[in-house]
Design a protein. Sequence first.
Lengths: 417, 329
Amino acid sequence: MGRLKKYLHDYIQNPLDPYINASLGEEYENIGQGAAALSYFLRAAELTYESDPEFAYCCILKTWLQLHRTGRRPNYENEQLQTAISFLPTRPEAYLHLSLQHSAKEEWKPSYMYACLGLEYINKNPLPYNVEYPGDYMLLFQKAYTSWYIGQREESKKLWTELYYIDTLPHHKDIIKSNLINFGIEINPTPTAWHEPLTYTFEDDHQFLKHKFTGASLIDKNYSQCYQDLFVLTALEGKRNGIYLEVGAGQPFYGNNTALLKEFGWQGISFDVDESLIQMWREQRPDDFIINQDATRFDFTLSGVDHIDYLQLDIDPPANTFKVLENIPFDKISFSVITYEHDYYVDDTKSYRDKSRKILEENGYILIAGNISPDLNSPYEDWWVNPKYISEATINKMKNINQEVLFAKDYMFKYLS
Amino acid sequence: MVDNLAKIVLNNGGKIAPLIIPGNLTDGTGLCNVSVFIDTNGEILANIRHVHYSLYHSEFNQKFYCKWGCLAYLNPEDDISLKTGNYLCKLNPKTLEVDSYQKIDTSNHDIPPVWDFHGLEDVRVFRWDDIFYVCGVRRDVKPDGEGRMELCEVNWNKDNCVEVTRDRIEPPSGHTYLEKNWMPVLDMPYHFVRWADPLEVVKVDPKTKSSEIVISKDYNLSLPLGLRGSSQVIPFSKGRICITHECNFFHHPGHHKDAQYYHRFMIWDEDWNLLRLSKPFKFMAAQIEFNTGLAIKDNNFIITFGYQDNAAYALEMPINLLDSLEWED
């Protein structure tokens, strides 16, 4: 409210200053007051129509953004985007949003057309305010996406390949990788396939849990890709306030193995080398400790603890995950539960699964779930427990190590036949 | 004409506060037309009107039309009815910001709307005979959109904010299509200023829902636009004061409808003789502004208004600043 009042006072002193109008609009937008924001941005646009056309264009896009966030006004949104283009046709942002608008309605031709038009006007200076334009790559992304549907499939493949080497937001990168795999396009380094998380919800799945650990009934949903979070709580009987070490953190919630543990009061340290993911963590899990370092070289004894309840090892490719495993000082730190991603199904050497098993067995860990897979043909993880900390009864109940592919759903749940 | 009353106020010891209801309750659509009232215990109460549209108003040289021109109500496209809800609020006495709020629950008296304007519009808040009322115009109960002032008792405590009674007031003589902006006279229970020029004060009988003209005066004003009601009429000095509004509808060069709203202070003696009428003013230099609240706390007016139907504000104005305004001869 402080900044809002400041800009309100500034506005009252000079209501015809377009930049103050826009600042006030931005503050209203920041607190979810889209209608008020629309008024001030529209004034700013009117006041800079001749003097600062790029600013006016940006402010018109801001009026679109307020309507977009309010929702239920698609034609008005469309109108504002067209107004922006009519006023300044040589900037890319409004083309992108029109392309997105059409593709959301599966109107592939106009979506493709606006993507192509936008690409004619890229490499501009950024606008003064955020108009939800992630970057020029997004126009290329839209062109790749829509060209597939209008029969330009070779062009689509070429564009997805091109996009692989461009910096994008993580969720866009995941889509790009997925499409490359779907189209059978080989990229060096070989991308690892991403499988959508197998979701657990209380309503649908709780009744079928193989082991209803303490507190299971309090879980509405999980986050992991293959129920790793539920497995950890199963092995540790719903332990609260545990400690984790998460190598290859990924996103803070989506597909993440420690987000649910945090709801059980756990704390720990996470590692990832992707700066964009680090930023997501800072925004979405600001209280959690994440380190942007190469875990293959990190000195884990610096943590000062001698026992950790859960160790996750999951970085691509398999060789790197194995390097981290070799770097873990098992003589100084013990773990209760370990999930290890060997990515056997995409490991060209077919060696890292066996090498990892040898190390973990030598250090006294028991394989409890081998070749866990998100589907029926992608064995990618082994799950391990330390018999010093996990009861014999739990091990006997959950052990399943003799299958080439262990579908995670079958492992975690017991369905009525 | 004063084109920016807020600037004069801020530069002379006054203050202003934006009035906010969280966007997750309103989808960020318009908050406007606030009415303010100082309750018997000294609390500052206010009603904020929430509309389900964002007003698109292209001012100045009107370069950026939307689909419907320079002035348009951007309702949800799957529901173009003009919906109003009302939030009763307690304002912080130091900052004038909203301390707490509750939406008025009108479900006891609502019927399925039969006209496109839903809800009680441009509410004024006040207390008469120790009963807390809101009063505004409702148009959703007749298929032709006939509008009548409705006087509604509200039971408001920390747990509830419920419309207890609803009385639809018929005009004093003959059929009219639309009655709105009647200004409640706070020291004369059940009296409203229906017209400010010529003056027409009506008395309402809540039992029969009828009204009768009890005072008429013609001040022989020669004004370009008609004076319409805005705030409540409140005791002031030995008489009364209110804020009126005028509306100038015009068609701009593109032939689309546009509007300019102006306001004035109007001061009477105890016998309704007109003492002073200010020249028109703008609150914050916008074309569309609308006041529905005026109160006195200590040595200040508290004036509440909507800006472009999209934002709501409370302005605290030292009373002695009245003399620095421009007044009609």
